[in-house]
Structure formats: C-alpha cells, structure tokens
Design a binder for this molecule. Structure first.
Ligand SMILES: *[C@@H]1O[C@H](CO)[C@@H](O)[C@H](O)[C@H]1NC(C)=O
Ligand SMILES: *[C@@H]1O[C@H](CO)[C@@H](O)[C@H](O)[C@H]1NC(C)=O
Length: 261
C-alpha cells in the first residue's frame, strides 16, 4: 500500500516537473531587457485574456466569461450608502472581450501594472437588499441585472518570486484596482415586494442617477474585483513558470528576502 503511494507520488512529481518544461501555446514569451518589452507584454497579456475566456482546464482555470460567483456579500455602514445586501448565483459576462491597453512589469520588483478596457459587462443574479442608496430607502429581493459600459481598469499586482521544483514562479500577493465606467444601466425586480409604481419609479431614478449610484458602490465593487482578480492571478501564475512569460527573469533569493523597508 505504502509502496503504491510512493510510486504514485514519484509519477506525479515527474509529470509536474515535465509539465513545467512545456510552454502552453497561449503564453507568449517576452524579454525584460528588450526595449520593446511593453509592447510584447501587452500582446502577451492580451493572449492570456483570450485563453482565460473559456477557461484553461489543464491548469485548473475556470472560465472568465461567463464568470460564475456563488455569492457576493455587501455590508456597508455609514455614509451615502448604507446597505446590507447579498447577490446570489451571480453570472458575469463580458470579460472575454477585455482589451489590454497597457502592460508593464517593474524590472526589479516584477510588480505588474496592467490597464484594460471592457466594453460591456452584464452582471445578473438574485439580490436581497435592505438599506439606503442616495437617501432612498430600498428593500426587496428578486432578480436583478447591472450593465456597466466602457469600464477601464488600472491594476497593480504585487509580486514576489519563489522557487518550486527548480523553477521560478510569480507569487501574486495582492491586487490593487482602480476603475472608471462610462455608463451604468440596472434593474432590480420586485423592489418593495413588488409594489409596482414604487418599483418602476425607483428603478428609473437609479438609472437616471447612475453616476452617484456607481460612485456609492465603488468600494464594494473594487474589493470584489480585487478578490476575484487575485484568485485568478494566483491560480494562473502558480502554474506557469516565470520564464515562460519573461525569458530573462532574475531571481536572487537573499536580496529579495533581506529587502529593507
Ligand atoms: C471609454 O472611456 C475612455 C476613458 O475612460 C474614453 O477615452 C473613451 O473614449 C471611452 N470609449 C467609449 C467607446 O465610450
Ligand atoms: C506567497 O505570498 C504569500 C504572502 O506573502 C505567502 O503567505 C505565501 O506563502 C507565498 N506562497 C509561496 C508559494 O511562496
């Protein structure tokens, strides 16, 4: 029995090491010292987004479009938004059309800076809400959708290098997101338990005032995007050796760990 386990683990280790030697087709390699690195990197990240759309099962990446999220909890205290809400069975479509505008990698820390644009996103799910947005008290539960358009997202990813099975990898430790949107349409069905006149007028009011509505949801949305993004980046880069992406990546362990603040 134990021998069996041993043999199985040896076989798995071999396959893992072999796996790290074979660069998948969706990865484009760039050279950091190359003057045109940023252009190459932008194209490389664009290729990644194209591959991430339908998902990459070989490295355990679930689809990015549609993106399924079981639950988003929204708890926000004082201020213009005072909401206790949950979104369940959320489906997000549109990230498959992500256009990469800028991709830069710090030559020392390897932190990533990425700027993307997503023309149209649709978020659908079931909401359960009790709270206040723009001084309007809102209560209800039912189906809803939100459609932010022309979203541009600035992403700063904190990166540490580490070694595994003789290969260097990127450990994405945090993602910081700033976004802007060009518009927002939304619909919440069954507001106020379906008192129709109130439901229609409130939905109309929220759409007419989409900018402050979007502004009030910003902290929640930023955090949600950061959490989802971080999960994707970690899964991706724990499975792709760093030199697949950056051929001349330099990993000096002692310098990295002794770095003073
Ligand atoms: C999208 O937004 C950017 C800036 O945030 C703007 O420059 C661009 O013109 C917008 N594009 C469309 C199609 O609205
Ligand atoms: C990645 O970084 C986090 C936070 O610094 C750390 O807890 C984790 O152990 C690191 N993972 C690897 C594989 O180095």
């Amino acid at each position: 029995m134990q021998l069996h386990v041993l043999i199985v683990s040896i076989v798995i280790c071999r396959t893992v090491a072999e796996f790290y030697k074979t660069k998948p087709d969706f990865v484009k390699t760039c050279t950091r010292s190359d003057p045109s690195f940023d252009d190459c990197s932008r194209e490389a990240v664009q290729n990644l987004f194209i591959a991430l759309g339908p998902g990459i099962p070989s490295i355990g990446m679930r689809p990015l479009d549609p993106l399924m999220i079981p639950k988003i909890r929204i708890l926000q205290g004082d201020g213009p938004v005072n909401v206790n809400a949950a979104l369940d069975d959320v489906t997000v479509t549109g990230f498959g059309e992500t256009e990469v505008l800028v991709s830069q990698v710090d030559s020392k820390s390897y932190d990533f800076y990425t700027k993307v644009r997503v023309p149209k996103i649709r978020i659908e799910g079931t909401y359960d809400l009790k709270g206040k947005i723009l001084v309007i008290p809102l209560v209800g539960r039912g189906d809803c959708w939100f459609e932010p358009s022309n979203m541009t997202i600035d992403i700063v990813s904190d990166v540490k290098l580490y070694e595994k099975e003789g290969f260097v990898f990127f450990n994405v430790t945090a993602a910081h997101v700033k976004y802007n949107i060009g518009g927002l349409k939304l619909r919440m069905n069954n507001l106020f338990d379906g008192i129709e006149s109130l439901e229609e007028s409130t939905n109309a009011y929220l759409n007419a005032n989409w900018r402050p509505v979007a502004e009030s949801l910003r902290p929640i949305l930023s955090k949600t995007i950061e959490d989802i993004l971080l999960g994707f980046l970690q899964q991706l880069f724990h499975n792709l050796p760093a030199n697949f992406m950056i051929s001349d990546v330099k990993y000096i362990q002692s310098k990295k760990t002794e770095k003073k603040l």
